[in-house]
Design a protein around this ligand. Structure first.
Ligand code: ZN
Ligand code: ZN
Length: 394
């Protein structure tokens, strides 16, 4: 068995033919640049783009196959320069009768399977070229479609206030999905503002693997959260086994931001965005008096929890706090580029390169920051209301 770093939620901004795929997303993110960044700069071995339902993205993948840069991988997925595996995913929005909206991720083994899904979803989605569009159907209908297409089905960033299962639709997944639909759910994505400790407060989640993904809309954010998987090979089929914890394949560790760094961690005023720090939350904003409240992930989980704090299923992997390198004070883009050029990829910098080497190239302050990332001692100022938290050094 081998170990692989994987990020299963990356967005394409624009196609090589110049068509926007996801707004707002950086135009530097094409299928090709995502793969180059994962390979050369990030050191990830498995990446999934979640806009592969777009015909424009499929065209770009087709071109990379023609050029011989992408090669079909036995078991599903595609190898890029024999260094990183590309998986094909689709982020799709559903809508409940209550008006609550939810994002889900569907993954498929190859381009023909994804093109079949495009054909099916074109009947429900107005602009199939754009990512994360509303499918005008409830979650349970999308789960049935996932079952028919034999897709991996993963509810995305499940606690975020605007578009997620627990944040915007229902306190229980089991009230949205019947037993047959629930069996389709392959894993659950935590989102940046929650961690394993918080998510295991919901007992119905104990049977699912958790994923920590970046939801990157720009190159630097690729890998800001990631997973360490134990697999026999970096293929789609092996990831399916890992999500189901079968045949010794598994998610070994989740690497995620301290949830307080997430931009939806704390509740805030929907009008003036003042963060509500008092607990329990007051009905009116202490600053402007308005009653429009955006409930943060921490308060939402507290509200719907049915399991005590600190309990986990025995199989739950370690959740390791990690401040993304671009958030570290004193570590600017130029220094980071120099570190990558001279010492290795971001994954190597985080997990392997000696602090002495990092100090030699980046200076003492950068070495201290890297040490804080490794041992989880970076300090954190909470985020909320759409603004990220801040990292400090101990
Ligand atoms: Zn989303
Ligand atoms: Zn997304």
């Amino acid at each position: 068995m081998n170990r692989y770093f994987a990020d299963f939620h990356i967005h394409v901004g624009i196609s090589e033919s110049g068509k926007w795929v996801k707004i707002p997303t950086s135009r530097q993110l094409t299928v090709r640049t995502i793969l180059d960044t994962a390979l050369q700069r990030k050191g990830l071995q498995i990446v999934a783009i979640v806009d592969a339902m777009s015909p424009w993205v499929q065209q770009d993948i087709g071109r990379l196959l023609e050029e011989g840069r992408l090669v079909a991988q036995a078991g599903g997925g595609y190898r890029y320069h024999n260094g990183v595996t590309l998986l094909l995913g689709a982020e799709i929005e559903t809508c409940e009768e209550s008006g609550g909206m939810c994002h889900s991720l569907l993954y498929l083994p190859d381009l023909p399977a994804m093109q079949e899904l495009t054909k099916e979803m074109s009947r429900h989605i107005r602009n199939i070229g754009l990512s994360s569009q509303n499918a005008h159907m409830p979650l349970r209908q999308l789960a049935s479609i996932a079952r028919i297409h034999q897709a991996l089905f993963v509810p995305a960033h499940v606690f975020t206030p605007h578009k997620s299962l627990y944040g915007a639709c229902s306190p229980r997944m089991s009230s949205l999905l019947n037993e047959a639909d629930l069996a389709v759910v392959s894993a659950v994505e935590l989102g940046l503002s929650a961690d394993t400790v918080m998510a295991d407060r919901i007992r119905e989640l104990w049977g699912f693997e958790f994923l920590t993904n970046s939801d990157a809309h720009s190159p630097e954010k690729i890998g800001r959260e990631y997973n360490l998987l134990e697999l026999a090979a970096p293929s789609y089929g092996e990831c399916v086994l890992a999500f189901k914890r079968q045949a010794g394949r598994r998610v070994l560790e989740n690497f995620g931001m301290d949830p307080r760094l997430g931009k939806y961690h704390q509740s805030c005023c929907g009008q003036c965005e003042t963060i509500f720090s008092a607990s329990p939350i007051q009905p009116t904003c202490p600053s402007c008096g308005c009653t429009k409240l955006v409930k943060g992930v921490a308060d939402r989980i507290e509200e719907i929890a049915d399991a005590p704090d600190g309990l986990h299923p025995a199989t739950r992997p370690q959740y390791r706090y990690q401040a993304p390198l671009y958030m570290l004070p004193g570590l600017g883009g130029k220094t980071l580029a120099k570190l990558v050029e001279e010492l290795g990829t971001e994954m190597e910098l985080i997990h392997a390169v000696s602090l002495a080497e990092i100090q030699r190239v980046g200076g003492r302050r950068v070495a201290a920051a890297m040490a804080a990332v490794r041992n989880g001692t970076a300090t954190v100022q909470s985020g909320g209301g759409g603004i990220y938290g801040k990292v400090g050094l101990p």
